[in-house]
Design a protein around this ligand. Structure first.
Ligand code: ATP
Ligand code: MG
Length: 416
């Protein structure tokens, strides 16, 4: 693969408050056309440091892509320093200046003289039009080596790269294409997933496989294939993902970027089914996750947040005897909550969650993380008992995930 390096320019990127997200997006784009990012650097708006860094980069890399520092202010030094390092003088392009002036007039503003800087382009370079802002980008090609200067704001940088840079770079790396695919698993830990699928993916050097646990409590399996064409890369991915999918079975919930609540929403929609939820320890988190998706009113009908025992009885009709006999954190109450939600809302399915999210509220018999999720369907009412790890946030998240997953496996998939 053709090696490249990325330089993120801007002092704010060296503070604790800003992350260089541009390089993540650029890396994905570059990889897709067979260019590998070998190095990334973040440099502040410091001329000496930037010059030092760029001289090294120019020595070692055939493709250098920078973002940031193309604006009109004194601290925007990218043009100036690249001009010095590449030994190409800056030249004023009157047509760019006229364009910037017109943009200011259109917005009813007077252009300040420092905007002239943005019309200064390295001698012999290609101007990259900015469809979303004032500063044009710059592309220098020199003996089969490329330097690309892009603006910092992502909404300006991305379209500029896609429209004017990607086609140029894609030609350089013809014959190498990289495609990725992600499978998402719920209900199995990272190591359980690995021991199941390692015997399969170890037989392949291409695609490569990475297993990651994320903040959403999903295990994501990433496959990356390299081939001469996109078609061939996808064929490699098809073969491996089919084998892996077969052993993961029902634990696999997505072959894409879909979240669990989106998959559940899609299945509800496909089956023309509706859902109501009754939540105790998750306090509305389950309803929030379900309604994060636009259009969810087509299947999500109602959420009951019944935090006390009294609310569970009056709002959902959970029988007092069940609470007296089994306690409020129990399988019977989770089922009664699910049934109550389904009955009161008149939906196809009802989900119920009751548990101890902590850090207080534990008893000798029921430690923090004790959670019951209930599901009421047109034909049955069932539950799952869980002992969830982590702090309050994590337990609440995992409890909502468990409820969604119970509906997916035992409600939606079984109805089919
Ligand atoms: P401007 O004309 O807006 O000044 P510029 O090319 O000079 O454009 P910067 O001033 O370096 O760009 O950055 C402008 C803003 O763009 C930053 O405040 C930041 O929000 C965003 N930005 C810059 N670099 C990055 C980066 N590497 N990743 C994500 N965002 C960035
Ligand atoms: Mg700036």
């Amino acid at each position: 693969m053709l090696p490249a390096e990325i330089v993120a320019i801007g002092s704010e990127l060296l503070t604790p408050y800003h992350t260089d997200t541009n390089s993540l997006w650029l890396t994905e784009q570059l990889n897709a056309v067979g260019i590998e990012v070998k190095l990334k650097t973040i440099v502040g708006d410091d001329e000496a440091r930037l010059e030092e860094m760029l001289r090294d980069a120019w020595q070692r890399s055939r493709v250098i892509i920078s973002t940031g520092g193309l604006g009109p202010t004194e601290d925007d030094i990218t043009r100036k320093v690249f001009a010095k390092v590449l030994d190409r003088p800056l030249e004023l392009h009157p047509e760019i200046l006229a364009g910037i002036q017109a943009l200011f007039e259109k917005r009813g503003l007077v252009m300040s003289p420092n905007n002239e800087r943005q019309a200064m382009i390295l001698s012999g370079a290609t101007v990259l039009p900015n469809s979303k802002g004032t500063a044009p980008g710059i592309l220098v090609s020199d003996n089969n080596r490329y330097v690309v200067m892009l603006p910092g704001p992502p909404r300006e940088m991305k379209p500029m790269f896609t429209e004017h840079v990607l086609p140029v770079l894609a030609k350089l790396s013809q014959g190498v294409r990289i495609c990725r695919r992600t499978l998402k698993v719920v209900g199995l830990g990272e190591s359980a997933v690995d021991s199941l699928i390692a015997p399969i993916y170890r037989q392949y050097q291409n695609p490569t496989t990475t297993i990651l646990f994320n903040m959403r409590a999903e295990v994501n399996i990433h496959f990356t294939a390299t081939a001469a064409t996109e078609f061939e890369a996808n064929q490699l991915l098809d073969e491996l993902t089919a084998k892996v999918s077969a052993v993961l079975g029902d634990n696999l919930f997505a072959w894409s970027d879909e979240h669990l609540e989106q998959v559940v929403g899609r299945l509800l929609l496909e089956q023309k089914a509706t859902l109501a939820v009754a939540e105790s320890c998750t306090g509305g988190l389950l309803a929030m996750r379900l309604t994060d998706t636009a259009g969810s009113s087509a299947y999500f009908q109602e959420g009951f947040i019944t935090y006390t025992a009294a609310a569970k009885m009056t709002t959902l009709g959970v029988p007092v005897e069940i609470i007296a006999q089994d306690g409020v954190v129990s399988a019977a109450v989770a089922e009664a909550m699910a049934l109550g939600a389904r009955t009161r809302a008149g939906t196809t399915f009802g989900l119920g969650i009751t548990g101890i999210a902590g850090p207080t509220g534990a008893t000798a018999a029921q430690p923090v993380g004790t959670v019951f999720v209930g599901l009421a369907t047109p034909t049955k009412t069932i539950h799952r008992a869980l002992q969830l790890p982590g702090d309050r946030d994590r337990i609440r998240w995992l409890a909502a995930t468990a409820a969604l997953d119970l509906l997916r496996r035992r409600g939606l998939n079984e109805l089919l």
